[in-house]
Write a protein that binds this ligand. Structure first.
Ligand SMILES: Nc1ncnc2c1ncn2[C@@H]1O[C@H](COP(=O)(O)OP(=O)(O)OP(=O)(O)O)[C@@H](O)[C@H]1O
Length: 255
């Protein structure tokens, strides 16, 4: 059997006295398009931070390509939530994409070399924005900015791409285009997507998990009533009509 790209084993995270992740186990394989859904505050971003090595779990291990050290983490491409970017910052698309190489430069002084520029050019072409290279990011449309952010995550030649709610601020046609790009990218790398957009799951995703402190999954792309009840603590009859957490009429208090 192929080895996992990401292995999360018995991970617990406690922050300021609260258990945010509890006994989380998940393995992501090279041909996976893995979606993680769950209510606000359920721990999705925290899990991504643990996988990226930005947050040390209270307990448990994370292996990237079989290694626990930092070097393998360079094989992860990360697309943070849109709101974490300052699009008013005066920087061109090319400069922004190139900045994704910084973590890969070990020489001093940390200057970009020819390979960095070649990789940036390839990533711009992959995302179909080579023609925008000299434009300021603040002058791009939301969809173009989104492509630039993904290009930045691709310059390190990742084996897995982690995306945190990438379609929150884009319109439906742009989101559809975006999933088309992901379908194409997943031929080259595993994809882990944190999303509230459950409508895309049957069509694009190979496996889905619900995260609310604990992770609930059947290792398929089916969202089952028991997973939703466990993660959202809600009745499930309205699930098909939208984002579960917003549409349910009744809530059972968390124990
Ligand atoms: N640095 C921190 N210190 C204390 N608590 C934190 C910290 N970071 C996150 N938390 C808490 O951990 C919980 C999980 O947060 P997290 O951002 O991982 O959730 P999420 O599932 O990504 O939520 P959303 O869907 O709203 O983005 C929340 O209750 C949050 O308040």
């Amino acid at each position: 059997m192929t080895a996992p790209v990401i292995e999360v084993e018995d991970v617990w995270v406690r922050l300021r006295g609260h258990t945010v992740l509890e006994e989380v186990n998940v393995a992501v394989y090279p041909d996976d398009f893995y979606a993680i859904i769950g209510p606000n505050g359920g721990g999705k971003t925290t899990l991504l931070k643990v996988i990226l090595g930005l947050l040390r779990p209270t307990r448990g291990t994370v292996r990237i390509l079989g290694e626990t050290g930092g070097a393998a983490r360079r094989k992860i491409g990360y697309v943070p939530q849109f709101r974490t970017f300052d699009f008013e910052y005066p920087i061109t698309v090319q400069e922004m994409v190139l900045s994704g190489r910084l973590g890969h430069i070990t020489r001093i002084p940390r200057r970009y070399d020819e390979e960095d520029h070649t990789r940036a050019q390839e990533a711009l072409e992959t995302m179909g924005i080579a023609g925008l290279a000299d434009r300021q990011i603040r002058n791009l449309s939301g969809g173009e900015q989104q492509r630039a952010i993904i290009a930045r995550a691709l310059v390190g030649d990742p084996k897995v791409l982690l995306l945190d709610e990438p379609t929150v601020y884009v319109d439906a046609p742009t989101a559809a285009q975006f999933y088309h790009i992901l379908d194409w990218l997943r031929r080259q790398m595993a994809i882990v997507l944190v999303t509230h957009d459950i409508g895309v799951i049957p069509e694009h995703v190979t496996r889905v998990a619900c995260l609310n402190r604990r992770l609930y999954t059947h290792d398929t792309n089916e969202i089952t009533p028991d997973m939703i009840e466990a993660a959202y603590h809600c009745p499930v009859d309205l699930i098909a009509h939208g984002i579960p957490h917003r549409v349910f009429s009744e809530h059972v208090e968390e124990e």
